[in-house]
Design a protein around this ligand. Structure first.
Ligand code: I3S
Length: 128
């Protein structure tokens, strides 16, 4: 994957479109807002840019800044329980600063690959 339009030759480990919602911000519950989101895993950062396909996305428009970035160091990743979402294949990602995200794809292989990649990243940086 290209990591950004400005640095097309810098590659990131993984990218793709996933369904994403925040459920907690700084330890406080927030309203779900599922959105199809361009997601890039780069080092220990997970970058999200909404608006895929709308022409205003990170890669489609002039917005070279991702909408938000999550630091995976000190975080955790697990499969979300049924209480967290009625959707299939939902990953629950928690960060050290108390942000919780749900990440979902209808496609088994896609979400399994992301689960593996996120787990590896979090475990690799566990010593930091
Ligand atoms: O955990 P919840 O409250 O059942 O989440 C659902 C709601 O966020 C719902 O939106 P509104 O109640 O704001 O209209 C969403 O449309 C659903 O997708 C959410 O549930 P799932 O189970 O899809 O995560």
């Amino acid at each position: 994957c290209p990591s950004s339009p400005k640095h097309p030759s810098t590659s990131s480990e993984k990218c793709g479109v996933l369904n994403v919602t925040k459920i907690t911000e700084h330890g406080k519950k927030v309203r779900k807002n599922w959105a199809s989101t361009w997601t890039v895993l780069q080092g220990y950062s997970l970058l999200f840019a909404k608006g895929q396909g709308g022409g205003t996305s990170w890669f489609g428009g002039n917005h070279s800044k991702p909408e938000f970035t999550v630091d995976l160091r000190g975080g955790s990743v697990e499969w979300a329980s049924k209480e967290k979402s009625s959707k299939k294949h939902v990953i629950e990602l928690k960060t050290r600063v108390g942000t919780e995200l749900l990440i979902q794809s209808e496609i088994d292989s896609v979400i399994n690959d992301w689960f593996r990649a996120l787990s590896e990243t979090i475990n690799t940086h566990a010593w930091e």
